[in-house]
Design a protein around this ligand. Sequence first.
Ligand code: ARG
Length: 459
Amino acid sequence: TSNQMWGGRFAAGPDAIMEAINASIGFDKRLAAQDIAGSRAHAAMLAATGIVSDKDAEAMREGLLTVLSEIEGGTFEFSTALEDIHMNVEARLKEVIGEPAGRLHTGRSRNDQVATDFRLWVRDQLDAAEAGLVTLLQACLAQAEAGADWVMPGFTHLQVAQPVTWGHHMMAYVEMFGRDLSRVRDARRRMNECPLGAAALAGTSFPIDREMTAEALGFDRPCANSLDAVSDRDFALEFLGVASICAMHLSRFAEELVIWSSAQFRFVALSDRFSTGSSIMPQKKNPDAAELLRAKVGRIFGANVALMTVMKGLPLAYSKDMQEDKEQVFDAADHLMLALAAMEGMVRDMSPLRDNLEAAAATGFSTATDLADWLVRVLGMPFREAHHVTGSLVAMAEKKGCDLPDLSLEDMQSVHAAITGDVFDVLGVHNSVASRTSLGGTAPVRVREQIARWKEILS
Ligand code: ARG
């Protein structure tokens, strides 16, 4: 038997393989609530413009609520023969309310319908990402505040570079996640236009009111061009782009947590709640959540590349290729939300090990730059010469198997006679960080200013 929606032109129904490749109901049932919200708005508009009677529109709006409750209650029977969520809902509406259901599709197409439903869905995800980022930012801020002046090694090339503060390191992630938050908000603002009423591609001859449906669905305005409205998926790509950058940030933090919780570093203790044990090694406490977070980025980048590739080179307007947008975005969104929540939990629960951080801060000749700066400031030495003198002192300390502050004044003076005992003041890690008061620097006074600024922003 041919399809009930377009059977007029068809003598035969689809091959089983055709049905299998064509159907999207297996995944787009996730758009049910959005589809029904869109149809209810459309029905109200059809009545307000006199295109259908108030009585028919009321029957549609009520019937759609019945269908929604069946779907939410798990009693709805999805049919692959009906391809997608749009036709499944409409066919059931027909069973529930009869003839008026056939008037619902006046002045619209599945093309503007799916574009509208998907925008609504992605918009909800942007809102969820915003909420997840705000709680994560608060967790990072709490960590920064607790250890604003704790010293730890700062790294470049993962080699000890200069001492920094724990608060400063946490606030670096606050800046990153803060930009993710602003990207989420930007994307939402840009995508919040309503495709409904673009119909198949060209608009419609019915006197529809697109402003009305746009407003009812919480959009800022209708999309201005009907061809663009049904064929654009850059709102979804922008979500995936924002999600990719955010996942990349999460993976960097996750990698640091993996390193920091190792026996070799012991910078942090992750909570039991976000760790797992080993089935064979009784001593093990593994940072599995951090590792999975480090890996989630793979599928999110993958979704971004996949949809970019689907959309690339597609002629206007709608092509069935675009049905491939949804699974990518669904998967990426699910895993981004999970990753944000897991990171928030790990950050909130972890205990930075202050003594280990401080002991590590002094290793690796981390205050060599402070020594060179002292030679410039106090002895008036050109920086290049100071760099060389300090390098010789580092070599000496390395040879003696000690750190810079362990060298005697005589040792120092054997390299440069004018060095005085004051130099030892700058070799302490606390003095080192306290001295870095330049804007954006690691000094606790600066870090506390940034914490206060972010608390203000998030309040
Ligand atoms: N299931 C389709 C999709 O996800 C809905 C739009 C179908 N439109 C069409 N002209 N076949 O893209």
